[in-house]
Design a binder for this molecule. Structure first.
Ligand code: OGA
Ligand code: NI
Length: 339
C-alpha cells in the first residue's frame, strides 16, 4: 500500500526506479494539437465519413454532442478525484498487487516492464454488462462512486457501441457487425491518477502502448498529459471540455486487417498538478477468436494478423518494449509472430 504514489505527497525528488536513461523518454513536439472533432449531432452520413477520416488520419479523435450529459461527466470526475483524496485506511481493502483480481487499486502499469516504474496509480473496475449486482464489489467510498460509475459506464459503453455501428456502416458492413462476442466482454474502467511528479521529463505516467480491446472512450480531465504517436513523433493532446477522446484498440485493427489502426500513445506527468483520467475499454469476451474478417480479405489483401483468442492475445501482448518501433502496426504484427 505504501507503494501508492498518491498517498505519499512529499515527493521532492524522483526515486531512481522511475528515472529512464537519458534519451529513453523522447520529448513531444512542443505544439499541442487539438484532435479532429466529430460532432455526433450532424447527419449520420457526415458523421460516418468524419469518423472514418479521423480514424484513418490520426487514429484518435474527439467526439462532441455525444449524448453523455455534462453532469454525468462532472460527477464521474468528482467521485474519482474524491476517491484518491480519501484517507489511506479507506482504500486499504481495494488495494491489491494481484493482477487476477478484477477490481483493485494498484500503482504502475498493467504491462510487464524491464524493471522501470511508471508514475501512475490506477483504480480498475470491472463492469459486466449489464452491471447487475457487481457494483457491490466496487469501493463503497466515496458514497456516490457506485451509482455514478454505473451510470457513466452504461453511457460510455453506449457511446462506444454507437461509434462501432457508425464505423461498420462507413466500411460497408452491417451496423451490428461488432455486436456479440467481439464487444461482449466485461467493460473495464481504468481510473488513472497521475500525482504531481518531481521530474516529469525523466519519467512517464504510462508507457507507450496500444489499448488491447476494441475501442476506448477516454474522459481526459482538464489537465493535459496524453500524447499520441504521429509520424515518428509524439504529439500532445489538448483536452477540450465536454469532449471524449476515442481511439481504436488492437482488436479493431486485427478484425479490419489493418484498415483501422490502433495507435500507440503514452501519458506524461507534470510537476504542478495531479491529473485524473477515466478510460472505458470495450473488449471481446476472453474466448472470442479474433482475426481478420473475411470482408477485409481478398487476393490483394491477404491476412496480416493471426487469429487468436482474445484472452491469449492479452497474455502475449503484455510487455513494454521501450525504444521499440513507434509504429505499432509493425510491432503488433511482430508480437503476433511469437504466437
Ligand atoms: C489508458 C490511457 C491515457 C491518459 O488508460 O490506456 O492510455 O491520458 N490513458 O490517461
Ligand atoms: Ni491507453
Amino acid at each position: 500500500m505504501e507503494k501508492l504514489l498518491h498517498l505519499n505527497p512529499s515527493h521532492t525528488s524522483l526515486p531512481d526506479c522511475y528515472a529512464f536513461p537519458p534519451g529513453k523518454v523522447p520529448p513531444a513536439t512542443s505544439a499541442a494539437v487539438s484532435l479532429p472533432f466529430v460532432d455526433l449531432s450532424r447527419s449520420r452520413d457526415e458523421v460516418r465519413r468524419a469518423i472514418l477520416d479521423a480514424g484513418k488520419e490520426l487514429g484518435f479523435f474527439q467526439v462532441v454532442n455525444h449524448g453523455v450529459p455534462e453532469q454525468v461527466m462532472r460527477d464521474m470526475e468528482t467521485v474519482c478525484e474524491e476517491f484518491f483524496q480519501l484517507p489511506a485506511a479507506d482504500k486499504a481493502d481495494v488495494y491489491s498487487e494481484d493482477r487476477l483480481k478484477p477490481n483493485r487499486l494498484f500503482t504502475g502499469t498493467i504491462f510487464e516492464t524491464g524493471g522501470e516504474k511508471y508514475w501512475r496509480d490506477c483504480l480498475r473496475l470491472v463492469c459486466p454488462f449489464p452491471v447487475g449486482d457487481s457494483a457491490k464489489d466496487w469501493p463503497g467510498k466515496p458514497q456516490r462512486l457506485r451509482e455514478v460509475t454505473e451510470k457513466f459506464t452504461m453511457l460510455t459503453r453506449g457511446l462506444g457501441m454507437e461509434l462501432l455501428r457508425l464505423l461498420s456502416e462507413g466500411m460497408g458492413l452491417w451496423p451490428d457487425y461488432f455486436e456479440g462476442d467481439l464487444s461482449g466482454g466485461d467493460v473495464i474502467l481504468h481510473v488513472n491518477h497521475y500525482p504531481p511528479c518531481p521530474s516529469p521529463s525523466s519519467t512517464l505516467g504510462q508507457p507507450p502502448h496500444c489499448d488491447r480491446g476494441l475501442i476506448t472512450v477516454l474522459l481526459p480531465g482538464a489537465v493535459p498529459g496524453l500524447e499520441v504517436a504521429y509520424n515518428g513523433d509524439w504529439i500532445k493532446v489538448h483536452p477540450v471540455p465536454n469532449a471524449f477522446i476515442i481511439n481504436f484498440g488492437s482488436q479493431l485493427e486485427v478484425v479490419t486487417n489493418g484498415m483501422l489502426k490502433s495507435i500507440e500513445h503514452r501519458a506524461v506527468t507534470n510537476s504542478g498538478m495531479a491529473r485524473t483520467s477515466v478510460a472505458t475499454f470495450i473488449m471481446p469476451t476472453e474466448d472470442c477468436l479474433v482475426g481478420p474478417a473475411k470482408e477485409f480479405l481478398s487476393e490483394e489483401n491477404p491476412p496480416c494478423y493471426h487469429t487468436v483468442k482474445f484472452g491469449d492475445f492479452k497474455r502475449i501482448y503484455n510487455v513494454v518494449k521501450l525504444g521499440s518501433s513507434l509504429n505499432l502496426t509493425t510491432e503488433l504484427k511482430s508480437v503476433q509472430k511469437d504466437i
